[in-house]
Design a protein around this ligand. Structure first.
Ligand code: AMP
Length: 446
């Protein structure tokens, strides 16, 4: 079905065609007519499904930039709230790209950068304002922006905004937006807090659920490698150096861990940068840009920093540590296998993480294939059927040397799962169909 069949005007359909999109994705074919009809929307859709275009295109059409209302400077007609700076920047890019023939005025208000250029942007007409909640509140307190003219409000990645503790900020912001408005809420899941938020702020919404909840992208092959925690860094270097040097996004649980691992990989000769919330915005932008342009092979990131990054054709994601929350696993691996490309998601799992792995498998409703990489067999006895000791703790992490196969002195945690053994790059060889090294990005198309 072509985009015009959804009711989009020619100017928007042309911009979409220029992106090479031949047909709408499921979220687009369901959401666009609803939004054009003026309905509120509650949509469960993960990043990677095309949800940005699903709300941006009809939003631009409804604003009728050329014939519509013109508000004084600093009074946006549409407001898009997102949890992270990177996601906000991507959405602002998308608004410019999809709106190239209708020329909306867009402003981006995010933290971590100076307010000066944002003040300048707000001294002009703003059609679409894309913002993170904290920085928007800063501007509101300085009265440099007013939300009194907002006609369309988008809450993107609402579940993550709640996870990050933005609920009070969102409630404060919603109190400043006119009651008569159209509200579109996107979330990866319909967990209870999201339903509550929707109940409080949406009016008779159309409900769309495009992907089975918590289902990872279809095209992502998942693989678990059991390994002792103190050998994870060496195993990662081994996997990254074997065969083709694919662009890889590596997740750690902590900012400190991301920095440490990034330094370690650099020492092993792998071009790496870290991306996390303690980095300055310019360092974050540079790291992301270097990664997208192929100047570095590996980006080591925490969940929050990586949330919503749109890096098309990212061949591989590695969970250096499993996340605390099983749903985050789904978000992480959704960074690869995007926009119809194949992807590989590898998890390095130490014995103290086995219960987390079980949580993830319960969420997915299936076992993940597990294989020991030759030379990196966990010392706890991977073939043992014994359950994980409840007091099993992570071994102290230290600079990993070559694995010795020796057991630690204290009683080792044990791997309950059966695993086959593979050589370091065999899991990669299965992925010869992956796209070449360079990663394409939405930024590229702008
Ligand atoms: P999103 O879920 O909005 O982050 O989009 C994921 C990726 O899908 C982005 O790189 C978009 O450029 C791409 N995309 C969006 N809509 C389509 C479409 N109809 N056909 C092909 N790719 C698309």
């Amino acid at each position: 079905m072509p985009f015009v069949a959804l009711g989009l005007v020619a100017d928007l359909a042309r911009a979409v065609a220029a992106q090479g999109y031949t047909a709408p994705t499921p979220i687009q074919s369901q959401a666009i007519p609803m939004i054009l009809a003026g309905r509120d929307l509650l949509a469960a859709a993960q990043t990677g499904t095309g949800k940005t275009a699903a709300f941006t295109l009809p939003l631009l059409q409804r604003l009728q930039i050329h014939e519509g209302r013109v508000l004084p400077a600093g009074r946006p007609r549409a407001l898009v709230l997102t949890p992270t700076r990177e996601l906000a920047a991507q959405i602002a890019d998308s608004v410019r790209v999809y709106g190239r023939h209708v020329a909306p005025r867009t402003a981006l208000l995010v933290g971590g950068v100076s307010m000066g250029p944002q003040f300048d942007a707000l001294r002009r007409r703003v059609d679409v304002l894309v913002a993170t909640p904290g920085r928007l509140l800063d501007h509101l307190s300085q009265k440099t922006v007013s939300l009194a003219g907002v006609e369309i409000l988008v809450l993107d990645e609402a579940d993550r905004m709640l996870d990050l503790g933005f609920l009070p900020a969102i409630r404060r912001l919603l109190a400043l937006v006119p009651k008569r408005r159209q509200t579109l809420l996107f979330s990866a899941t319909f967990a209870e807090p999201i339903r509550q938020l929707a109940g409080d702020f949406l009016h008779d919404p159309a409900v769309i659920d495009v992907a089975p909840r918590n289902a990872p992208a279809d095209r992502v092959e998942q693989q678990v490698h059991p390994v002792d925690s103190e050998h994870k860094a060496a195993l990662l270097s081994h996997l990254l150096s074997a065969g083709e040097r694919d662009a890889t996004l590596v997740f750690t649980r902590t900012k400190h861990g991301a920095d440490r691992l990034s330094r370690q990989l650099e020492r092993d000769g792998i071009r790496t940068a870290a991306l996390h919330g303690n980095k300055s915005q310019s360092a974050r932008t540079r790291a992301l840009d270097d990664f997208k342009q192929g100047r570095i092979q590996v980006l080591v990131a925490t969940d929050i920093a990586a949330r919503g990054l749109d890096i098309v054709q990212l061949p591989r994601v590695v969970n250096y540590e499993l996340p605390h929350v099983p749903e985050d696993y789904v978000h992480r691996i959704g960074r690869t296998g995007r926009a119809g490309h194949a992807g590989l998601a590898v998890s390095l799992v130490s014995a103290d993480e086995v219960s987390r792995l079980h949580g993830i498998q319960r969420l997915l409703g299936r076992q993940l294939p597990s294989s020991v990489v030759e030379g990196f067999a966990p010392s706890g006895g991977r073939r043992s059927p014994a359950p994980v000791a409840p007091d099993a703790r992570r071994h102290p992490t230290h600079r990993a040397g070559p694995p010795t196969g020796e057991r630690p002195a204290s009683s080792p945690p044990r791997w309950p799962a059966r695993s086959e053994t593979v050589s370091g790059d065999s899991s990669r060889r299965r992925h010869h169909h992956n796209p070449p090294r360079r990663v394409a990005t939405t930024g590229d198309r702008a």
